[in-house]
Design a protein around this ligand. Structure first.
Ligand code: NAI
Length: 462
């Protein structure tokens, strides 16, 4: 029986990052992963493949929308869907193999198979039992569906099926205007599908700063996405490979239907802990199915820890990674820490949407005095040069101390721009600190500085 300092169950961003850090800190580490490739949902059927399709479909959209304006003439390219999917698969392959390489480099053992925990300190994979001083549950999450909606991954798909459709559908209904729904909805809309998003709430992207969400919806509508808001989906019927989505409008209980070639169910995800044997072990769970942990990722069972989508908090790869690194430090006798107040969120549509810290709604709810510095990308020369003048940067700072409390960006490269605000927030910076920092011209990041200037004596270009 092999004996390890740490066995991590699951090789997604939480698990594999934690394993590498554990090994770097001198712990004998193994990861159990049953998939044929490392990287979990994110690399195999989530973040990475969706970004490949977003990139390809964005470029196609550019050829339709902007090429002629720049004097780039000629017929726009035809889509070879099979080839686009194989490009996406190549991207997945490069990344998953990269993790295999990192495991070898750091001497992390990959135990192939599906794990269960028969007793504390033991991990069973197939017929073999491995001993570990510490066991980490990093098993992630799976798509959750709705009553009356049966997923077949052909006509009614989750994000997994949406990444491997045999052909581009003519029409698609997306249930749920969250991150997955809007990213994948954008891909298929740009590839020519007629996409309707049906959302239970009265606004898209719940939890997002309301002003940004409203602007975002307007932009997506201009791009051709249709929205039915305040609508609860009741059921989806499938006949002869076509779907009929029935929903009820919440305001008046009226019922309506939508026909579609494909229905994408994007109504959230739930922790995936099936088959681990947690109930028999007596592991305490949260009411919504997550593994219950203390502030140091420990469960109520000695030597058993959990991170990532399997515990409470935003279901984001980078949150899982940070928890994985912090836990590795803790297991190595150091002080691991995650600052949950500074975890950015990004939607990788065009334009991108990114946020960190508090929204205006949260600050109002807390009764906190704050000021707003806003700057539109229309005032940013670089953004205009690349047809990305839509959107704005909105910086929120404490009314008295000027300390940055949050930032919300809709615009070009928002997902990258947000990080200078994250760093500023980690250092407890004021809006003035950002405003006094020289930003290269012409860059999109000048819009962040201008928003910071707008928190003080005023932006220059607005
Ligand atoms: P989500 O929680 O972001 O959005 C689900 C949406 O479905 C909500 O707006 C909800 O109101 C709506 N909904 C629920 N029941 C409904 C019904 N019966 N009828 C109509 N609408 C209904 O979930 P999503 O988009 O599935 O994403 C799952 C997780 O994956 C999220 O935690 C998300 O943060 C994460 N993710 C993050 C990405 C990123 O950071 N770029 C990309 C993809 C996923």
């Amino acid at each position: 029986m092999a004996e390890f300092d740490v066995i991590i169950i699951g090789a997604g961003p939480g698990g594999y990052v934690s394993a590498i850090r554990c090994a770097q800190l001198g712990l004998k580490t193994a990861v159990v992963e049953g998939r044929d490739t490392l990287g979990g949902t994110c690399l195999n059927v989530g973040c990475i493949p969706s970004k490949a399709l977003l990139h390809a479909s964005h470029l196609l959209h550019e050829t339709h929308e902007n090429f002629e304006k720049m004097g780039l003439m000629g017929a726009s390219p035809k889509v070879d869907w099979k080839k686009m999917l194989s490009y996406k698969d190549d991207v997945i392959g490069q990344n998953t193999k990269g993790i295999e390489f990192l495991f070898k480099k750091n001497k992390v053992t990959w135990i192939k198979g599906w794990a269960s925990i028969p007793e504390p300190g033991k991990v069973k994979v197939g017929d073999e039992v491995h001993a570990a001083k510490n066991i980490v549950i990093a098993t992630g999450s799976e798509a959750s569906s709705l009553p009356g909606v049966e997923i077949d991954e052909k006509t009614v798909v989750t994000s997994t099926g949406a990444l491997t459709l045999p052909k581009i559908p003519k029409s698609m209904v997306v249930i749920g205007a969250g991150v997955i729904g809007l990213e994948m909805g954008s891909v298929y809309a740009r590839l020519g599908a007629d996409v309707t998003v049906v959302e239970y709430l009265d606004a898209i992207t719940p939890g997002m700063d309301a002003e940004v969400a409203k602007n975002f919806q307007k932009i997506l509508t201009r791009q051709g996405l249709k929205f039915v808001l305040g609508a609860a989906v009741q059921k989806v019927d499938v006949a002869k490979g076509k779907a009929k989505v029935s929903y009820k409008l919440r305001k008046d209980d009226s019922e309506a239907t939508l026909d579609a070639d494909v229905v994408l169910v994007a109504t959230g995800r739930k922790p995936y802990t099936a088959g681990l044997g947690l109930e028999a072990l007596g592991v305490e769970m949260e009411p919504r199915g997550q593994v219950k942990t203390d502030g140091h990722f420990a469960t109520n069972v000695k030597g058993l820890y959990a991170i990532g989508d399997a515990i409470v908090g935003p279901m984001l790869a980078h949150k899982a990674e940070d928890e994985g690194m912090a836990l590795a430090e803790i297991l190595a006798g150091k002080a691991g820490h995650v600052n949950y107040g500074v975890i950015p969120g990004v939607v990788y549509t065009t334009p991108e949407v990114a946020s960190v810290g508090k929204t205006e709604e949260q600050l109002k709810e807390q009764g906190r005095a704050y000021k707003v510095g806003k700057f539109p990308f229309m005032g940013n020369a670089r953004a205009k040069a690349v047809f990305q003048g839509e959107g704005f940067v909105k910086l929120l700072a404490d009314a008295q101390t000027d300390r940055i409390l949050g930032c919300h960006i809709i615009g070009p490269s928002a997902g990258d721009l947000i990080h200078e605000v994250c760093v500023a927030m980690e250092f407890g910076a004021s809006a003035q600190d950002l405003a006094l920092t020289c930003h290269a011209h012409p860059t999109f990041s000048e819009a962040v500085r201008e928003a910071a200037l707008a928190c003080g004596d005023g932006a220059i270009h607005a």
